[in-house]
Design a protein around this ligand. Structure first.
Ligand code: LGS
Length: 479
């Protein structure tokens, strides 16, 4: 029987996140989030940029959804700003109906266009009030109760129409960039000279547990009280990044590559998808700095079975073993990361940001590994890149984006091959619908399939936006 590399019901579309596009930070009763504070405290840390206006999506969402229709998208992934729904964040704090009504409008507008909403509950914008009240993600017990209540409010208000939920986006980045390197909000670190607060040896691991348990509480609530009536699906989006040994013949490097992925992915995926403890390599290196799961925690993890594995994938690297004991501030598993291997072979061509090289062959291996370990249907919830030099281009140069188009093609081919290897991959979201605030990198890197003019806020489709539909359709034809 002739088969296609992608199934006919393959879900595909574009992704965004609230703080990166919405703007209107002081409108509609929204409370402050940790990124508002981070961007304004020391503006040079975000290249003098902030989400105050961003793409002004708050006022322009109809126009943005016209683009989605024009691009033929079947689905759209966006995040809800917690502090628009509950400005002070906590379980006893009031709900802001204006915020609820804003997201109702988004959801209804998508559905009118036949576009399926995929909603992320948390994309790094913690209500500032919770950070001030008890340290936010640093208080494992308090935050999970507040996150559960916020999730419940979202299911109650939107779950009649939203059938696809992502609890948390990339907990690794929240824990490590927020509390180890200090490069993201709330900017805590004891190794970064720009930070005056933080304990890199401990905080990322505490925050990691808080994120895992908050996710689990939100899924358990869905499973127990909403699933039957709402009949939706729920999962989490974890960081991608695959590692191969720097020296393929060296068993220590092979172990380093595996360990690096355990510190990056297994840290979250083992408790979340297997209801198991952290990988043993983490316990070995971190000892008592890595918090334990109690019996009660394991019961919650077991009751929090999710439906899919959300994978954000951008790039891969080589891992080189480091001799000797890791310093207390190490978060990578005592591994050196390199973009070329021992023989000088690069992981792939460089995009518009130094850390991102296109390496679809390693993506294929990554998909196959994740399928083998966690056995859930995989949705690629982010994948994309800026083109080389795009940050310096004019609009007319930027909208010709052959590098991005090739990147999409190659990564869709890798998905097809990994499906043939046996992995179940059910959807793909390109990052991002439009150029937007790239967090601490400001407005420099342009990941969008739509060019955003930050002066006029005019949007202009890039070529890859218009061709993605075709790329998917070609792979859905029986061969
Ligand atoms: O815009 C973000 C994209 C772009 O690149 C999105 O909000 C995130 O969910 C996601 O993290 N995104 C992303 N990730 C790659 C992070 C790798 C950083 C490596 C830096 C090495 C120096």
């Amino acid at each position: 029987m002739a088969t296609s590399v992608l199934p006919p019901d393959f879900e595909w579309g574009f992704a965004t996140a609230a703080y990166q596009i919405e703007g209107a930070v002081n409108e509609g009763g929204r409370g402050k989030c940790i990124w508002d504070t981070f961007c304004h405290l020391e503006p040079s840390r975000t290249k003098n940029a902030s989400g105050d206006i961003a793409c002004d999506h708050y006022h322009k969402f109809e126009e943005d959804f016209d683009l989605l229709s024009k691009y033929g998208a079947g689905a759209y992934r966006f995040s809800i700003a917690w502090s628009r729904i509950i400005p002070l964040g906590g379980r006893n704090d009031p709900i802001n109906e204006e915020g609820v009504s804003f997201y109702n409008q988004l959801i209804d507008s998508l559905l009118r266009r036949g576009i399926t909403p995929w909603v992320t509950l948390y994309h790094w914008d913690l209500p500032q009030a919770l950070h001030d009240r008890y340290g936010g993600w640093l208080d494992v017990q308090e935050i999970q109760k507040d996150f559960e209540r916020y999730a419940r409010v979202c299911y109650e208000k939107f779950g009649d129409r939203v059938k696809n939920w992502i609890t948390i986006n990339e907990p690794w980045i929240q824990a490590v960039y927020g509390y180890a390197t200090g490069g993201n909000a709330p900017g805590r670190s004891s190794t970064n000279p720009q930070c005056t607060e933080g304990d890199t040896a401990k905080e990322p691991w505490t925050v990691g547990k808080a994120l895992i348990m908050s996710h689990a509480r939100a899924v358990m609530a869905y499973n127990q009280d909403f699933r039957k009536v709402q009949q939706g699906a729920i999962g989490i989006s974890l960081n991608g990044d695959y590692y191969e040994p720097w020296d393929a013949m060296n068993s220590q490097d092979a172990e380093a590559a595996e360990r690096r992925m355990e510190f990056h992915i297994g840290w979250f995926a083992n408790p979340i998808f297997l209801a198991q403890d952290y990988p043993s390599s983490m316990r070995k290196q971190l000892g008592t700095r890595l918090p334990e799961f109690t019996e009660e925690d394991f019961a919650i993890l077991a009751a929090a079975e999710c439906d899919f594995y959300g994978m954000n994938y951008y790039t891969s690297q080589f891992a080189k073993h480091i001799d000797g004991e890791a310093p207390d501030t190490d978060v990578l598993g005592n591994v050196e990361e390199l973009q070329s291997n021992k023989d000088g072979v690069s992981v792939g061509p460089e995009s518009g940001v130094h850390w991102l090289r296109s390496c679809p062959a390693m993506f294929r291996k990554h998909l196959t590994r994740i399928h083998r370990l966690y056995k859930k249907p995989i949705y690629i919830t982010e994948n994309g890149c800026p083109c080389p030099g795009e940050d310096k281009m004019t609009k007319s140069e930027s909208i010709e984006d052959p590098f991005r188009l090739q990147y999409f093609k190659d990564h869709l081919d890798a998905i097809g091959k990994s499906r043939q290897d046996g992995a179940v991959i059910s959807g793909y979201f390109a990052w991002s619908l439009m150029d937007n605030l790239e967090w601490s990198d400001g407005f420099g890197p342009r990941f969008g399939v739509t060019y955003t003019d930050y002066e006029t806020l005019e949007r202009t489709p890039k070529k890859s936006a218009l061709l993605l539909q075709q790329l998917i359709a070609e792979r859905q034809k029986p061969v």
